[in-house]
Design a protein around this ligand. Sequence first.
Ligand code: ADP
Ligand code: MG
Length: 236
Amino acid sequence: MNSSSAAPPLLEARHLSKAYGTGNDRFQALNDVSLSIARGESVAIVGKSGSGKSTLMHLLALLDTPDSGELLIDGVDARSLSPREVNRLRNEMFGFVFQQFFLTPGSSVLENVVLPLKIAGLGATERRRRGLEVLTRLDLAEKARNRAVDLSGGQKQRVVIARALVNEPDVIFADEPTGNLDTTTGAAVEDELFALNRERGITLVIVTHDEQLAARCDRQLIIRDGRFATTEAVAA
Ligand code: ADP
Ligand code: MG
């Protein structure tokens, strides 16, 4: 065990590898990747399409398991957790801004936002209170009763951020958070993420191929063909 009393990194990956497919179709998407992310950092994972960014993000966020290597969350080895504990940890500690985690179009904005609280077992009154609080913070309180489908792209993305935030997560994982947005709307969504980082100390792990977004992060990790091109921290 760690003999020092220093806090462990929030996320620590050691020698993660992941392949998809079998036989001739086998593809090594991630190859011996190690990294360490401290609480409160903002880290960009940058690279071309197909380089392994989303694969790495899914492993870090406990949405998938590596073929080999280990992942420690706050010093706890993910392999020591039961599936139930993994689900709980993910729901309590992580918020997701992923394009594939769609909003439920016919449900209201508020219902979409409080989904993680429902999963956590909170009662309706508390869910509503916290949902409205986070929607107010994102300037969306007046849209709470609207159906998600009736919002603009930028508003939808802010609802996704609201949902990622409602559980007061330690980390927000964002995979191309501004990929589908025009420049102005994308910048507003970015500003919101970095405000959360600054003001609430929420750790950001952002997959992007947008160099300007990457440059706003404390550190850029460049991934190429499933490996880090650089492992050194770039000073903020
Ligand atoms: P990125 O996010 O950088 O675009 P991914 O991590 O999504 O890259 O994918 C890395 C590589 O792994 C790509 O070549 C992709 O085609 C492949 N890949 C990703 N997911 C799967 C999957 N479920 N089955 C097979 N191949 C996959
Ligand atoms: Mg991807």
